[in-house]
Design a protein around this ligand. Structure first.
Ligand SMILES: NC(=O)c1ccc[n+]([C@@H]2O[C@H](COP(=O)([O-])OP(=O)(O)OC[C@H]3O[C@@H](n4cnc5c(N)ncnc54)[C@H](O)[C@@H]3O)[C@@H](O)[C@H]2O)c1
Length: 393
């Protein structure tokens, strides 16, 4: 029994307590011990996979409530890609895991395939293999690109990552047009509008299916608030809205749960916590001193968002996460991170209500971030349009 208690790791975002309904994302190793049908034990004998055909390409049915989905990770051999692939391999909702990278994907695939969990792993490298990687994918996660070094902003990554995201999303439009697309590559504020424009050009854009992954901002906010207030971290849920770059990240501490904690923040605490949440990525970049940016916490956050999306596809009706999506909650900003309800079609609802009743501080910060976020969105859209014009001339 001791082994069960130590090793049971759940990747589900089932709300473990009713009051977490709006933060239905308790991605936690301890909470589901012996309690959830989705829990997965590392030390107990795993559930055996159903017998499969010999082919390496396994096509799962989307949104069929089968609990069996195909996930493709593009950039799978990178700092985020590798731990994210491991977490996806451990998910009971993933039956097929396709890993794509321009380097080292064979090693990662061989390594992961030795984990005795049901998801079948296949590796793909080189442009010609991209179609096979994407075929039939229910969710495509994109952490491909270059990362920040000390002194760089996320926007400094634009020149390289814009092209990478554009090309990968074009392939998604061609080979997995119905998939949910999770964009991790920075600057998310611009790469998501780039992805949207590419999908539009290809006639494959469904705004409900395109997401910028901002879960790490929520994960950090929850961790920092729990530590500051001495609360069990599983009880804490802080919505984070806006965008995913420095001053565009806006944690809504007045809307945090538990409500008693939200009410007890002093003005100084609000400002300190907001500053730390915004700069947390830089905290990691500087601590790693040139060796990378956030990878482990990002992989954890991406896996939490992946699991939430899969649960939505699987027909669960209690799945809520913050994500950077197309919406009209702030009319002048076509993309905005906000809490959304996830379902079989992707985004089922954008919870605009969270932006009502803001404190003066939050309302001011929201006004401040609007022009910055708008500029990043416009930069992404212009990039794709200029590329299209250049291609036509
Ligand atoms: N959304 C977030 O909250 C968040 C948080 C942290 C980092 N990031 C971003 O995620 C990205 C990846 O970070 P990382 O630490 O994993 O970087 P990394 O350099 O360790 O890994 C990137 C991987 O992408 C691969 N790659 C590059 N071009 C590719 C292409 N055309 N097709 C397929 N794969 C390609 C590389 O070979 C590498 O394996 C960066 O842009 C980083 O800024 C986002």
């Amino acid at each position: 029994m001791a082994a069960v208690a130590i090793a049971t790791l759940s990747l589900t975002s089932v709300p473990c307590k009713k009051r977490l309904r709006h933060g239905a994302s308790a991605f936690n190793a301890q909470q589901f011990i012996n309690s959830s049908s989705h829990s997965y034990s590392l030390t107990l004998r795993p559930r055996l996979p159903k017998p499969r055909a010999a082919s390496r390409v396994i096509v799962a049915q989307a949104g069929n409530g089968s609990g069996s989905y195909k996930v493709a990770i593009l950039g799978a051999a990178g700092g985020i890609g590798q731990p994210l692939s491991l977490l996806a391999k451990m998910s009971p909702l993933v039956s097929a895991l396709h890993l794509y990278d321009i380097t080292n994907v064979e090693g990662v695939t061989a390594d992961l395939s030795h984990c005795n969990t049901p998801a079948q792993v296949a590796g793909f490298t080189g442009k010609d293999a991209l179609a096979g990687c994407l075929l039939g994918a229910d969710v495509v996660v994109i952490p491909a690109g270059v990362l920040r070094k000390p002194g760089m902003t996320r926007d400094d990554l634009f020149s390289v990552n814009a092209g990478i995201v554009r090309d990968l999303v074009a392939a998604v439009a061609d080979h997995a047009p119905g998939a949910l697309v999770h964009v991790i590559s920075n600057p998310v504020n611009s790469t998501v509008p780039i992805a949207a424009e590419v999908l539009k050009q290809k006639g494959a854009y469904d705004p409900r299916r395109l997401f910028g992954v901002t879960t790490l901002d929520v994960v950090r906010a929850n961790a920092f608030v729990a530590a500051r207030k001495g609360l069990p971290v599983a009880d804490v849920d802080v919505p984070v809205v806006g965008g995913h770059a420095a001053a565009t990240i806006l944690p809504l501490l007045s809307k945090a749960r538990p409500k008693a904690a939200a009410a007890a923040f002093t003005d100084e605490e609000v400002e300190e916590l907001a500053a730390r949440i915004r700069d947390a990525g830089t905290e990691v970049v500087e601590a790693k001193a040139g060796a990378g940016s956030a990878t482990l916490s990002m992989a954890y956050a991406a896996a939490r968002f992946l699991e939430a999306s899969l649960r939505g596809l699987d027909g669960h009706d209690d799945v809520y996460e913050c994500a950077y999506v197309q919406s009209q909650v702030v009319p002048e900003l076509p993309f905005f991170a906000c809490r959304v309800k996830l379902g079989r079609g992707g985004v089922e609802e954008v919870l605009a209500s969270e932006l009502r009743g803001l404190t003066d501080y939050e309302a001011r910060e929201l006004e401040d971030l609007k022009p910055r976020l708008k500029a990043s969105i416009d930069k992404g859209i212009a990039y794709v349009q200029q590329n299209q014009e250049a291609a036509l001339n």
